[in-house]
Write a protein that binds this ligand. Sequence first.
Ligand SMILES: Cc1cc2nc3c(=O)[nH]c(=O)nc-3n(C[C@H](O)[C@H](O)[C@H](O)COP(=O)(O)OP(=O)(O)OC[C@H]3O[C@@H](n4cnc5c(N)ncnc54)[C@H](O)[C@@H]3O)c2cc1C
Ligand code: SF4
Length: 522
Amino acid sequence: MAKIDLKDDSAVVVVGSGAGGGTLAHELTRRGAKVVLIEAGKRQSVDTFSQIPGEAFGQLTWLDTRTQSGNWGVARDFPALPVWHCKTVGGTTVHWTASAPRLQPWELRARTTYGNIADTSLIDWPLSYEELEKYYIVAEHRMGVTRRNDMPGLPASNNFKVMYAGAKKLGYKQVHTGHMAINSRSYDGRAFCIQQGFCIQGCKMGAKWSTLYTEIPDAEATGNLDLRIESTATRIEHGSDGRVTALIYGDSQGQEQRQMARVVCVAGNAIETARLLLLSASSKFPHGLANSSDQVGRNYCHQITGFVWGIFDKPIYSWRGATLAGVVEDEAINNPRRGFAGGYRIELVTLDLPTLPLVGLPYGWGRDFAWVMENYRNLAGMFINGEDLPRPGNRITLNSDVKDAFGLPVANIHVDEHPNDQAIRKHAQGQMSWMYEAIGAKRVVLGPTPPATHNLCTARMSADPRDGVTNAWGQAHDIKNLFISDGSVLPTSGSANPTLTIVALVLRQAEYISQQMKAGVV
Ligand SMILES: Cc1cc2nc3c(=O)[nH]c(=O)nc-3n(C[C@H](O)[C@H](O)[C@H](O)COP(=O)(O)OP(=O)(O)OC[C@H]3O[C@@H](n4cnc5c(N)ncnc54)[C@H](O)[C@@H]3O)c2cc1C
Ligand code: SF4
């Protein structure tokens, strides 16, 4: 591994080692750039992943304080944990369940396709689907996505067979075990999935793609990566010309450090990315870095989610098999006759027993709750993944009343659901309930909206600098050598789980940064 001097101003400094940052670090080091990768979390491995759910959650999850507000159910049901992502080398690709679908072409033209919907801030993407598709192909190859290239689909679990039977009763046609970034055969030096389940605790087989054991070791092998763990970025500095010059971070010993930089790329997951830009306000940029448009932190999207559980007479053992390996894609269309814009995907899901009552079931103790828990073996599960619409007031701000370990304001996450979001959830819950009822479920239970796992759009790309924070390559409109390299840059959420798109965009961005460095632009 490289040791890059704090005063070396030729380095690219990347904040966050997850889907965006880990992939970017690999791509840049592979092309010969020296990269300092700053990661707040510790480094785990397939050997150290705990398989005890509560312990695994504590080992991997970002648990630093945040606050929340707004009318979304999460503010009521999960006040202490409004969003769920990781703080560990590999970021949330350690926790994730690896569903890796593409957005559809019309989802990149949301403003044109849906029209002018009141109380939204919809825009079209500043790049075409055809342009994005070139990088989807590379990302799918890199991540070993099933049903793409020559990677077979994953086998059907019992949970999937129940979903499939219900979907067919309703006449759905596009039902399969998904495009998963999980090896169905040995690939890229990693083992294949043994269908043991509990993917969220970290995949002991290494079958699930994670930057922890793919991109980051590959970047280290180039000799150009300096990974600094347990290091938290607190501020980005700039010079009098406005270009960024250094990153301030607290290191693993609690000491403040200043790493000089030629380029800074922020990939801290959409909440912390927006927060870091806001924390970096200065006399030149009083509202935060890259924020002359006042769009940093706004338009926060998290995709419409929710659980639907079907309880049957006979055991299903839903936890056996890859957690999310099943999808019905028929509702991922834009059909305004359903009463809303945009679409949703119906995805397979299961939760381990301690997590189910914590995030998957409506709160309430007593006989009925106990009955559901007693029927855990007979429970089948599905999950909604739908488009939510951007609103300027749904935003990340700094809460100066609550401070973190560095004495800095924490992020407040404010969400008021749009009627369109509520209509999507209602429609999806109805269809999914019918699927289970049509094949004889004894009972259907609708879960609450869980903490947000898909955090997006808080520093969005835009053709017009007044509408967003970056150009089509994630380069800040205001500052040429500052890049955003995670889900923050998505202009709209679409209905596809976002990580494949994040990786595709970062692969494209890495090419662009390399060209700009060669040309001396940055
Ligand atoms: C339980 C769960 C299941 C999921 N399943 C899926 C799925 O099936 N499909 C899908 O597409 N997506 C899924 N996701 C979402 C997916 O994991 C994210 O979309 C993706 O990882 C986001 O990538 P990122 O680079 O933006 O951030 P992350 O991967 O979260 O990485 C961000 C990293 O930045 C670090 N960081 C943040 N701030 C700082 C700072 N100031 N200084 C230093 N480091 C910092 C964090 O510690 C973290 O390691 C899931 C998420 C969860 C929680
Ligand atoms: S089910 Fe497959 S992908 Fe999930 S943790 Fe087990 S081996 Fe890994």
